[in-house]
Write a protein that binds this ligand. Structure first.
Ligand code: C5P
Length: 416
């Protein structure tokens, strides 16, 4: 018995050759695979290659021409428990976003009622194009899991974003989807699956001049851990990461890198515009920024022995951007306090109009920045709901926090 039925849709880009390896990986992992190819994909790899690897005839045109035997194409779509588009071209994504069914792959996608995973690969300008980004937003909204392309060497001769995600990443996404379907989601997974969650992570850096900046000790590990656990629980996660923060997990719906508090404020605002159910504001946003950053490098020779830097407040993202737009949004803030931890965190919860706050003292024994195990307090309007006196690794801590938040947020009986 196969572990599950996968319909692999291969569209036309040089990365089509990697779909051969993906077919092999899926088969080795125990999945049954049927393949459909666009005309352009067949310019790169022949259907025969996929027929041999999948051990099924390849759906290569809508009319059954040129195939060893006629296929009921809609049957391929019904047979599949998950459809995987890899590589997904801008063209096929656009067709799916707009419901166009004018070739074999777009037709199968419309006829497939189950989950869809898409791993885009294209030229970096095509990826950045507002039309492609708008189509991706529509698809994410509908629950299509987009496996972000990686950065690296592109066939068009530039080093940029647009490379097909590694086949192993696509396999992992298929395994997650089908595992959830097979076992029936657990209550915590049921709560988070499909939710649109924005997570901010890491520090922000505020430019003093072209070389220097004001920063802080945040590493972004907590935000990345939350994002990783949320992805694993089936949420659609948009990670907004400050400079130099921990490596982002695979499987994000979107990743935005920002530098300054102002950029992070704009990214959070745009995420709310696109639609968001939960916001985890784990970033350590700078509270002050130099009033007049210099474009060149400041020379110490012109500064003398002392130097007074004039700073102005940055926008408070939670107060200024998020608080006025709380409709349908649950907000979790983070408080880093070295004195009166619980009293200060409780005051912050009210002042910033948060639903929940995660409070921690980075100077306490067993706590700290980076990947070290950590103790936190999870507070709501009625006080503390969870605390781990024993420090936990941040990935485990993230899982615990998500489980507690799901338990207190789900309607009674939902998580019984
Ligand atoms: O006021 P304080 O910086 O201690 O509050 C921490 C919380 O507020 C964190 O969730 C942080 O992400 C958020 N914050 C913000 N905008 C700022 C500073 C902090 O949203 N400018």
């Amino acid at each position: 018995m196969p572990r599950g039925n996968v319909l692999l849709l291969v569209s036309g880009g040089i990365a089509a050759y990697k779909a051969c390896y993906l077919t092999r990986l899926l088969r080795q992992a125990g999945f049954a695979v049927k393949v459909a190819m666009t005309d352009a994909a067949q310019r790169f790899v022949t259907p025969m290659t996929f027929q041999v690897l999948s051990e099924h005839p390849v759906a290569s045109d809508l009319w059954g021409e040129g195939q060893s035997r006629a296929l009921d194409h809609v049957e391929y779509a019904r047979w599949a428990q998950v459809a995987v588009i890899a590589p997904a071209t801008a063209n096929l994504l656009a067709k799916l976003a707009h419901g166009i069914a004018d070739d074999i792959c777009s037709t199968l996608l419309l006829a497939h009622p189950g989950p869809v995973i898409a791993a885009p690969a294209m030229n970096d300008n095509m990826w950045e194009h507002p039309a492609t980004q708008a189509n991706l937003a529509v698809l994410r909204q509908r629950g299509v899991e987009i496996i972000e392309p990686g950065e690296g060497w592109l066939a068009c001769g530039v080093e940029s974003k647009g490379r097909l995600a590694e086949p192993e990443q696509v396999l992992a996404a298929v395994e997650r989807r089908l595992a959830a379907a097979a076992t029936g989601p657990d209550p915590v997974r049921r709560f988070w699956t499909g939710r649109r969650v924005t997570v901010t992570a890491g520090p922000t850096c505020e430019a003093i001049d072209a070389i220097r900046y004001l920063g802080n000790r945040s590493t972004g590990v907590m935000g990345a851990a939350l994002a990783q656990q949320l992805v694993a629980l089936g949420a659609r996660v948009n990670l907004i990461a400050g400079p130099g923060s921990a490596p982002p997990p695979a499987g994000l719906a979107a990743l935005e890198r920002v530098t300054s508090a102002a950029e992070m404020a704009a990214a959070v605002s745009a995420a709310l515009d696109r639609g968001c159910d939960w916001l985890f504001m784990a970033a350590a946003v700078a509270d002050y920024t130099p009033r007049r950053p210099l474009t060149g490098k400041l020379k110490k020779e012109t500064q003398g022995d002392t130097w007074t830097l004039e700073l102005v407040r940055t926008p408070d993202i939670l107060c200024d951007v998020v608080a006025p737009r709380r409709d349908g949004l649950t907000v979790v803030g983070f408080a880093l306090e070295t004195d009166d931890l619980l009293a200060n965190a409780t005051a912050k919860l009210a002042a910033k109009k948060l639903d929940w706050i995660v409070a921690n003292d980075p100077t306490a024994v067993g706590a700290g920045f980076g990947a070290r195990p950590h103790s936190v307090h999870l507070l709501g309007p009625a006080g503390e709901i969870w605390h781990n006196p024993q420090p936990l690794p941040k990935l485990e801590l993230a899982a615990e926090l998500l489980a507690r938040l799901a338990a207190v947020s789900a309607s009674f009986g939902d998580l019984a």
